[in-house]
Design a protein around this ligand. Structure first.
Ligand SMILES: [Zn+2]
Length: 676
């Protein structure tokens, strides 16, 4: 056979196989029997084996690559993969709608597109020159894991795009990878046989399958994908709204869930949600709600996003599921402020797709209100990511002669007597040296939002306490590198990293230190307020209750708690250790009250003509709030503000996936900074 003839036959086979994959996996309308399909594939593999130089990466034979992945490389998303804000109630969806309307022009009309919220894993696909070159998980939204080899095994995902339009060959597409409910059972049976832990739900199965090191194993898992987003490159092709985006995805042969609809108003959104709540089990995959998105891209862009999620979309979750099970035991957990919380240990039960064996009972008062007893049959409730809770006791199923539950009178960790203040619902262990409290307090002190000591998580804290290296968070600053390096599973390298992180934390500003102290009722907000009113911890500790309570936002209870904290002898000892170590306990000036540093470390680039400001004025506004302005767009740019007739900088920002702001969005950001 001549090589050229082979090449022609190979290409014909590939396009045949791709077409059948599409018919079978995307449209669910197979045209041929499996055996005929297998014959085509076998012929292709034979020819490619004879002429390996004709193998291309997009050949259907290359869906499964032989090389196992040892570590999934971490990759940066071109633009953040944001998560959607959630709601569970009709009131909240109406609030969302009101917010959208208030952010758009008065009486401006807009539409929503409603889709099913597939309970799977968000994935980004990147095509270059029409070839699938990268697939990555959402990760933390900024960076995800490169799982290209495993995603290539999903037959509904095109390896090559069939289009002649150059701009459509270089796109990013996003969607959800998921698992059919029915596919979970045989997989779990096999796992149990192999003495592996069964997957709790289809989403876990999808996640586990994507993280297999050997793509040949992944190929045996029936993973599926629905795509719902295509990068809007507005200038090049005419997609102006989400609906057109979905149609375009379909025309490019991506799998798109067809259960979407255009809604003219929020009432239609609610109707769609109600319908699907009723028939959520009529589809073979798990859905946990519906997603409503403002249809127009131009309006989406104007609505912008918060730090966490877009303002133009919302996940409208289905109502919670409830189930009965038996309560076997009640255990008590001690928190960092000494609050002791009851946790129900349950007969494991399936609830919303996962196995639940623990649930919160909130506090002792709730426990007594429920009159829950060991051996009772209780009603459990769970919604989405919410921690399962006990809502009700089924008295008809109560065992005769059962005894009312007696809450503990002493701390499970240190046996100190527990106290309950008259106006509090919680039981409290008042022993500041209680080992459980000590661990939780040190963890809090080191946590990201407090002193941000990287590497000092719960396991290390417990290790340090058990080895008697620390007794409180003041001791952290007395740790020596050799002490840490001598610990189990800690080497020289991690010891010196930890020491560096500890040293660095000494520079944290006063408001972080106040928060880190873990004073009851003093959260991040109260800590910030206190730092705005006192120059030092010393000044704060010697303040009066009247003085503290006169600060707007600080209540009487918080004021008392603050003073009580500093009067305590052991807290004074710990503070002395912080002082000796050189931790920030004072500041030269009070932080500016009227402008916050919301743009701290952020770089802005302005392009095009702004209406309200000259570029210099805009740059000055940015600097005033702690940011900087630059004249060129690079990887280090955080925001590009686009005025009218914007040029190449705008394009470059799009290419680099940099956050783009309209002038209106920029001004509202400025305003939010001034009002903080
Ligand atoms: Zn205790």
């Amino acid at each position: 056979m001549k090589k050229n003839d082979v090449k022609i036959e190979i290409e014909k086979l590939r396009s045949e196989i791709n077409r059948h994959d599409y018919m079978y996996y995307v449209l669910a309308q197979p045209e041929i029997e499996d055996i005929q399909y297998d014959r085509l594939m076998k012929r292709l593999e034979e020819l490619e084996a004879q002429f390996p130089e004709l193998i291309t990466p997009d050949s259907p034979s290359q869906r499964v690559s032989g090389e196992p992945t040892k570590v999934f490389p971490v990759v940066q998303h071109r633009r953040p993969m944001m998560s959607l804000s959630n709601t569970y109630s009709e009131t909240e969806i109406r609030d969302f709608d009101r917010r959208v309307r208030s952010l758009l022009e008065k009486d401006e009309s807009f539409e929503y597109v409603c889709e099913l919220k597939i309970d799977g894993l968000a994935i980004s696909l990147i095509y270059q020159d029409g070839l699938l070159v990268r697939a990555a998980t959402r990760g933390d939204g900024e960076q995800g894991d490169d799982v290209t080899n495993n995603v290539k095994t999903i037959r509904s995902v095109p390896l090559r795009l069939e289009t002649n339009q150059t701009d459509l060959k270089n796109i990013e597409v996003r969607g959800e990878i998921y698992f059919y409910r029915a596919d979970l059972l045989p997989l779990n049976e096999e796992r149990v046989k192999n003495e592996e832990v069964p997957f709790a739900n289809p989403r876990n199965a999808a996640a586990g399958s994507l993280k297999l090191q050997d793509a040949r194993q992944t190929a045996r898992r029936p993973l599926k994908m629905f795509c719902y987003w295509i990068e809007p490159s507005v200038e090049k092709h005419p997609i102006t709204d989400h609906l057109t985006g979905l149609e375009l995805l379909k025309s490019l042969k991506f799998p798109v869930n067809h259960n979407y609809t255009l809604c003219q108003n929020v009432e239609e959104v609610i109707q769609f949600w109600r319908n699907w709540q009723q028939k959520r089990n009529s589809v073979p995959y798990d859905i946990d709600g519906v997603v409503a998105k403002v249809n127009s891209y131009q309006q989406q862009e104007r609505l912008g996003s918060t730090a966490k999620s877009p303002r133009w979309a919302i996940a409208f979750k289905f109502k919670t599921e409830q189930k009965e099970t038996v309560l076997k035991e009640i255990v008590w957990q001690v928190g960092r402020t000494g609050v002791v919380t009851p946790v129900a240990i349950l007969q494991p039960v399936k609830l919303m797709g996962s196995t639940v064996s623990r649930a919160t009972l909130h506090n002792v008062e709730e426990l007594l209100r429920l009159d829950v007893r060991i051996g009772d049959t209780v009603l459990l409730e769970k919604g989405g990511d919410v921690i399962p809770k006990v809502v009700h006791v089924n008295l008809d199923k109560r065992t005769p002669g059962s005894m009312a539950y007696q809450p503990p009178t002493s701390c499970p960790a240190c046996q100190s007597p527990l106290v309950k203040e008259a106006d509090e619902v919680a039981l409290r262990c008042e022993n500041v040296a209680c080992p459980e409290q000590v661990s939780r307090r040190i963890e809090h002190f080191a946590s990201r939002r407090a002193m941000d000591i990287e590497g000092l998580g719960d396991k290390i804290v417990d290790l340090l306490i058990n080895n008697r290296l620390i007794n409180d968070y003041g001791d952290i600053y007395r740790l020596r590198k050799e002490d840490i390096a001598a610990l189990e599973r800690m080497g020289e390298k991690s010891a010196s990293n930890l020491i560096n992180a500890i040293q660095k934390s000494k520079q944290k500003p006063l408001e972080k230190v106040i928060f880190a102290l873990g004073i009851p009722f003093v959260g991040e907000g109260a800590a910030r307020l206190l730092a705005k009113n006192f120059l030092s911890i010393h000044e704060l500790a010697h303040s009066s209750e009247e003085n503290l309570a006169s600060i707007d936002g600080i209540g009487e209870k918080t004021a008392q708690s603050v003073l009580h904290f500093f009067e305590n002898k052991s807290n004074q000892d710990v503070l002395k250790k912080l002082e000796d170590a050189g931790v920030t306990l004072a500041q030269k000036t009070l932080p500016q009250e009227n402008s916050s540093q919301i743009f701290k470390d952020k770089t802005f680039v302005f392009t095009g003509t702004l209406e309200k400001y000259s570029r210099d004025e805009a740059a000055e506004q940015v600097r005033r709030l702690g940011g900087q302005a630059s004249s060129s767009v690079s990887q280090n740019t955080d925001y590009v503000v686009v005025g009218s007739s914007a040029g190449s900088k705008y394009q470059k920002a799009l290419d680099l996936g940099i956050k783009i702001l309209t002038e209106k969005e920029f001004i509202s950001l400025l305003e939010s900074g001034k009002n903080t």
